[in-house]
Design a protein around this ligand. Structure first.
Ligand code: PMV
Length: 362
């Protein structure tokens, strides 16, 4: 939908510049799990955009001296060359040349780094792919002034981020974002995410999402492989229906501030995601013993104190602990004393609903 063969530079043009974006990760409350076509979701999803887990990407561009027809890219991650990452990005840039045909005409340098340790077992594709997509849209706008409209800019950045990693399309927006057609949100689309921050109740605006690192090890099954296994999963069809009906219920409680129902849906979704992994063929388990211990402690603490503290999980072993700002003084000591000792090397990241991506060094 954004292919544009007109975006080519004159042969006399010698553009050069530097673009710098910081873009956050996000945590889905209704999970995207299962896809078709070019990164289209089998069901709608909605997430909080985070603040402290982010990627910073600097894109430097200059005219290409060798006029070959390929992508010319230098790449560093945390200031070090990284050939596997470079190869992945070259492949991605090649795939989006119909959208940005000028990519063939430039020499590019990408420097990227995450705010969280690479070894923390935290998926960085949402933050890194959204940061890259934002850099590319800014590049297009610097060269052709075609994305002056902020809504169009965000929509295109979200579309491009989606092609890199599905969940990345939601990171473009502050607060909350939804992706995938659903009757619950009238302007939702499979092509890009849309903002949901206007609609959400104030209680969620500074909600916490602390990330407790149950294991730093790399996942045994990638998200890409996990999505693919949904195609043979006996529970796939009812799951996609369930996601739609949970989306409807969730949108209601996001609007009315019913945190208890919000928490119930969040936990059910997390365990559904992992149940789908366990019922795939071959089946696999990404939770670790300490993930389960933390889940039990959170549920016990909630029963004892009536404090609204809930969990969700990504496609990995780490717990995301969700609670409103109003209970932080009571909840934080519980997290520090009971949950952090169960983390690998006591590693955890204090995070919360964030302001969305930011362009730096303008
Ligand atoms: O964006 P991907 O392809 O890495 O898939 C991520 C899927 C989950 O994180 C498990 C759920 C979601 O909606 O973010």
């Amino acid at each position: 939908m954004f292919d544009n063969p007109a975006l080519l530079l004159d042969s006399s043009a010698t553009p050069s510049g530097k673009i710098h974006w910081k873009s956050p990760s996000n945590i889905a409350i209704i999970k995207y799990w299962g896809k078709y076509g070019v990164q289209y979701p089998r069901n709608p999803s909605i997430s909080f955009t985070l603040e402290n887990a982010f990627t910073e990407t600097v894109l430097t561009y200059e005219p290409k001296t060798d006029q070959g027809d390929g992508i010319s890219l230098e790449f560093t991650f945390h200031t070090e060359e990284n050939e596997p990452f470079r190869a992945k990005i070259v492949k991605f840039l090649e795939s989006i040349r119909p959208i940005f045909p000028f990519l063939n005409q430039l020499h590019l340098k990408i420097q990227s780094g995450n705010s969280f340790p690479h070894s923390a077992g935290i998926a960085s594709s949402a933050s890194s792919m959204s940061a890259l997509a934002l850099c590319l849209c800014t590049l297009e706008d610097e060269l052709f002034q075609t994305l002056q409209d902020d809504n169009l800019f965000d929509q295109k950045a979200s579309y491009v981020a989606r092609l890199g990693s599905g969940s990345a399309c939601r990171s473009i927006y502050a607060g909350m974002a939804a992706w995938g057609t659903t009757n619950a949100i009238s302007n939702a689309s499979n092509d890009f995410a849309v903002s949901f921050s206007e609609e959400m109740h104030d209680i969620y605006k500074d909600f916490h999402d602390d990330i407790l690192i149950a294991s730093k090890s790399e996942k045994s099954v990638s998200s890409r492989a996990g999505h693919a296994l949904m195609e043979g999963n006996a529970y796939a069809a009812p799951r996609y229906e369930q996601a739609e009906s949970r989306m409807k219920r969730l949108v209601e409680v996001l609007k009315n501030g019913d945190v208890e129902t919000f928490g119930e849906i969040a936990e059910n979704e997390a365990l559904t995601l992992h149940a789908l992994m366990m019922t795939s063929n071959p089946s696999y388990i990404l939770m670790r013993p300490n993930s389960l211990k933390m889940i039990e402690l959170i549920r016990q603490y909630r029963a004892d104190t009536k404090n609204p503290i809930y969990f969700t999980l990504d496609a990995g072993p780490n717990l995301h602990v969700l609670y409103p700002e109003t209970v932080i003084h009571e909840v934080l000591p519980f997290i520090e004393q009971k949950l952090v000792p169960l983390c690998e090397d006591e590693m955890w990241i204090s995070d919360w609903v964030g302001e969305g991506p930011e362009q730096l060094g303008e």
